[in-house]
Design a protein around this ligand. Structure first.
Ligand code: NI
Length: 138
């Protein structure tokens, strides 16, 4: 862990009140912890824009009864093996499957994979959780 540094911040009273309300709603115990998370969130966004190696997860909800879907989703994953580190398939209920694809690598490739998977007909919901390898946010 790197050295802890204190610094002062000046801001308008109204803005600070809003910030304090916000961090209370989000269950932060103090302003520092909330601010750290907000800074890291911005740094992660920057990693995605600047093409640094990123990590994350694509989650898909799809119709179990569409037997063609599993094959298509699997084929696509084989074609994007370079950014996939793990896949988990969960039989959510009688009708729905949940698939979690853990990804790491070039952000453009990860985004392309997510777009392809989400756009498959029969995929009810798909979302890319854009996170970080952790290296750029220490
Ligand atoms: Ni299933």
């Amino acid at each position: 862990m790197s050295e802890l540094v204190r610094f002062g911040v000046s801001l308008e009273k109204k803005l600070l009140d809003k910030f304090d309300n916000f961090i209370r709603e989000r269950n932060y115990t103090n302003r520092s912890e909330a601010l750290r998370d907000m800074i890291r969130q911005e740094l992660v966004k920057k990693e995605w824009v600047e093409g640094e190696d990123v990590a994350g997860a694509i989650t898909l909800i799809y119709d179990h009864h569409r037997k063609d879907l599993l094959g298509r989703i699997t084929d696509i994953q084989h074609n994007h093996q370079q950014v996939i580190i793990s896949t988990q398939h969960i039989h959510l209920d009688h009708d729905n499957c949940l698939e979690i694809v853990a990804v790491r690598g070039n952000p453009a490739e990860v985004q392309r994979l997510a777009d392809v998977l989400k756009s498959i007909k029969g995929v009810k919901h798909g979302i890319l959780n854009m996170s970080s390898t952790g290296k750029g946010i220490e």
